[in-house]
Write a protein that binds this ligand. Structure first.
Ligand SMILES: Nc1ncnc2c1ncn2[C@@H]1O[C@H](COP(=O)(O)OP(=O)(O)O)[C@@H](O)[C@H]1O
Ligand SMILES: [Mg+2]
Length: 266
């Protein structure tokens, strides 16, 4: 049956975060490579784990969490705090946490020899890479694009839906953004997570910057990291002075416009 939220019958990959799936008109498109960008602490790892766990629990889709940054012990422990038993999912051959050095994936390394076994073991349909920005530190922009292309292609050939994490620096107007490195055109969708300052308090905002072949929510939405995971709240539209330093009435919408322009294909 067609999802009532989606405008087309194209299969959707649900994140399990109800309001987020609604922003995506049902979920990500099957087989798409999605960039999840945000600075440290915004909740990228949490959202990515939720995405995998929901695939396992509600869609029967095996998942792989490929990380260069965090030792698995830390991921297991963080997940436990949300009530997610990753070890159990691994024991049941539904999930694999792959902790490795970037060398094994890029340059002389190759995704096939690194991932063939875990893909087969859990029949992986979803994969998370934490993070692509970490991988990117190992090469020049041209290499990064080529390596990213190779990895994205590998996932697509195997019909896996991919969530690629991009850890961006804290400040706005920074270099080393997704668009600077020129990766935007390689991914099918981009979701940005942000800290925003409102009335002297720091809150979290998410926006879907691009989504190939689908309508999506264009507004900046508040979200929270709760003890049970990410929860998406109402749009930020009515707030003033959303980004510090640009305290105008429509700053949130202008910010979304700016980010969307930056994410546009070159
Ligand atoms: N069990 C929890 N309950 C509520 N909030 C949490 C919990 N664990 C982490 N957080 C919040 O999530 C943030 C880190 O999320 P994480 O997904 O690791 O971010 P990122 O991967 O983007 O660095 C923490 O700074 C904290 O605010
Ligand atoms: Mg993280």
């Amino acid at each position: 049956m067609m999802d009532p939220l989606s405008k087309t019958s194209a299969p959707r990959v649900k994140t399990g975060i109800a309001e987020f799936d609604a922003m995506l008109r049902g979920g990500f498109m099957k087989g798409d490579a999605v960039m999840l960008a945000g600075s440290a602490g915004t909740g990228k790892t949490t959202l990515a784990l939720q995405y995998l766990i929901n695939g396992i629990r509600t869609a029967g889709e095996g998942g792989i969490y490929l990380t260069f940054e965090q030792h698995p012990d830390q991921i297991y422990r963080d997940a436990e705090n949300f009530g997610w038993d990753l070890r159990k999912m691994e024991a049941e051959d539904k999930l694999r946490i792959v902790f490795t050095s970037p060398d094994l994936l890029v340059g002389e390394g190759d995704p096939e020899s690194l991932l063939e076994e875990p893909i087969r073991a859990v029949n992986a349909r979803r994969i998370v890479v934490d993070s692509l920005s970490h991988l990117s530190m190992f090469g020049k922009n041209d290499d990064i694009r080529q390596e990213t292309y190779r990895i994205v292609n590998f996932f697509k050939l195997r019909g896996m839906s991919a969530l690629l994490i991009w850890e961006s620096p804290q400040m706005l107007g920074q270099s080393y953004s997704i668009s600077d490195v020129g990766l935007s055109f390689l991914v099918d969708a981009i979701v940005s997570l942000k800290f925003v300052e409102i009335d002297s308090s720091i809150r979290r905002a998410m926006v879907v910057l691009k989504m190939r072949g689908s309508d999506h929510d264009k507004s900046l939405r508040e979200y929270e990291v709760t003890p049970t995971g990410i929860k998406v709240r109402a749009p930020f539209k009515d707030y003033q002075g959303l980004m510090s330093g640009s305290p105008t009435r429509s700053s949130s919408e202008r910010f979304v416009d700016l980010m969307r322009k930056a994410a546009k294909e070159k």
